[in-house]
Ligand binder design. Structure first.
Ligand code: UD1
Length: 420
């Protein structure tokens, strides 16, 4: 098993190029199930989660061919409709094949994803919406068995809670349903917006893109010609590297990014005293004379993303004063706290709220990653810790960060990937 070893007390300089967004790529790959053509996708990130979904599609009979930097996905010979436990257990987002498979074949089986490190993460809202669209759903032996022999029917769906993959799943199901589906309380994340835009460009009439109410006119099971596209830049990867610049109080430029997707993150960095310069596709963070404490509440887009919570907690350990971070989306997303404490951070937890008393002098030690974003918080803390930190269980990191060690090396970080 690999681990990362990095030296602390470092100053960074230079540029980091951001990869395509993992969370945009996953629904976009699942979307190819709706296509009758060979779909060309550019700017997919090189991360484990993408390989997992491509493997799932290959198991179903799709061909996934890599050409230069593009991926060609042909689902015309798809013959299997069962997403098995061995794949779904490694990545919850596999649930994204449920909507498109059911819409195309009128039946499918998808293993229940189960819990994960950051909380229970049920899929009840996905299932309830599909039932409203006429699906019959049974849970048998750990599998969601869904049937809709006469196809899915458009209807009015009101999500009780905003769900990102839930919205994506139902948009894809609605694309091949008969009639009109309206989704109220839809997720407005840029990743959902891109999915809707590509479907729209491919002939599916979707209104309200980027708003909380989406209206989708379905094709009644007619497969569509999906246009080639390039995946949007990863806003969480960009935010993480901006935090690397911030925590080391360095000047750092992020390229191939979209600053308009990072509004709440940039606002918090500015509140903490950093000045930010943006162009259409770059962001530069400048050092500050004093890192100020911050108050953060994680909520759905466009509010502050839960996927940036752990990184800002690492950053808050270096602020002068008391920061408060409230996690509103996932019940167990504070697993990084105990590892940060082991490095010397002064953090107390009360339910969903963390109080970080800065500034702490962090010291290097062996730490263990517990989930994807928690891993990046530990890397950030290690950048300013006194000594050399070994970050273990980085398979979590490899799920979502494209070449993190190489990208950090390029801006001057002394970091190596080693084997246990
Ligand atoms: C997506 C992102 C993840 C991010 C999260 C919140 C992907 C692949 N993953 O996850 O990185 O942290 O959005 O921004 O895009 N819920 C239910 N029932 C459901 C579905 C969700 O109760 O059927 C709850 C969840 O437990 C959670 C909240 O709704 O409390 C939001 O979850 P959701 O938006 O669905 O997260 P994901 O789509 O799984």
């Amino acid at each position: 098993m690999d681990y990362l070893q990095l030296k602390g007390s470092q100053s960074l300089s230079g540029e980091i190029k951001i990869s395509g967004a993992k969370n945009a790529s996953l629904p976009l790959i699942a979307m190819t199930i709706l296509a009758k053509n060979n779909v060309k996708i550019s700017n997919l990130p090189h991360v484990a989660d993408i390989n997992t979904l491509l493997k799932l599609l290959s198991n179903l009979g799709a061909s996934c061919e890599k050409t230069n930097d593009d991926m060609l996905i042909d689902t015309s010979k798809l013959h299997e409709t069962k997403a098995t436990y061995d794949i779904v257990k490694t990545m919850r987002a596999s649930i994204l094949v449920l909507g498109p498979l059911l819409a195309r074949f009128g039946k499918c089986e998808v293993s229940l994803p189960g819990g994960c490190a950051i909380g229970q993460r049920p899929v009840d809202l996905h299932l309830k919406a599909l039932e409203q669209m006429g699906a019959n759903i049974e849970i048998k032996s750990g599998y969601i068995e869904a049937t809709a022999s006469n196809g899915l029917k458009g209807c009015d769906i009101i999500f009780d809670k905003i769900t990102v993959t839930g919205t994506a799943n139902i948009v894809m199901a609605a694309a091949l349903a008969s009639g009109v589906t309206t989704i109220t309380n839809a997720a407005r994340e840029p990743e959902v917006v891109q999915l809707c835009e590509i479907l729209n460009e491919s002939g599916i009439n979707i209104k309200g893109i980027g708003t909380a109410i989406l209206t989708i006119v379905g094709t009644d099971r007619k497969l569509i010609d999906i246009v080639g596209f390039s995946v949007i830049p990863d806003r969480i990867e960009a935010g993480t590297y901006l935090c690397a610049g911030a925590i080391t109080n360095s000047k750092l430029t992020i390229t191939n990014t979209n600053p308009s997707h990072l509004g709440s993150v940039l606002a918090k960095l500015e509140e903490m005293g950093f000045s930010i310069e943006s162009t259409k596709d770059t962001i530069t963070i400048h050092p500050t004379s004093e890192i100020k404490p911050v108050r953060i509440i994680t909520q759905e887009y466009p509010a502050f993303p839960t996927d940036m919570q752990a990184q800002f907690m690492a950053l808050a350990t270096q602020a002068n004063g008391v920061s408060i971070i409230e996690e509103r989306l996932f019940e167990n997303r504070f697993m990084h706290v105990s590892e940060l404490q082991r490095m010397g951070a002064d953090i107390s937890l009360n339910g969903h709220t963390a109080t970080i008393n800065g500034k702490s002098n962090l010291s290097a030690t062996d730490v263990m990653a517990t989930d994807l974003r928690a891993s990046s918080a530990l890397i950030l803390a290690a950048l300013v810790a006194d000594g050399t930190t070994d970050v273990h269980r980085i398979y979590h990191l490899d799920r979502g960060y494209d070449s993190l060690d190489k990208k950090l090396q390029n801006v001057g970080v002394d970091i190596v990937r080693l084997s246990e």
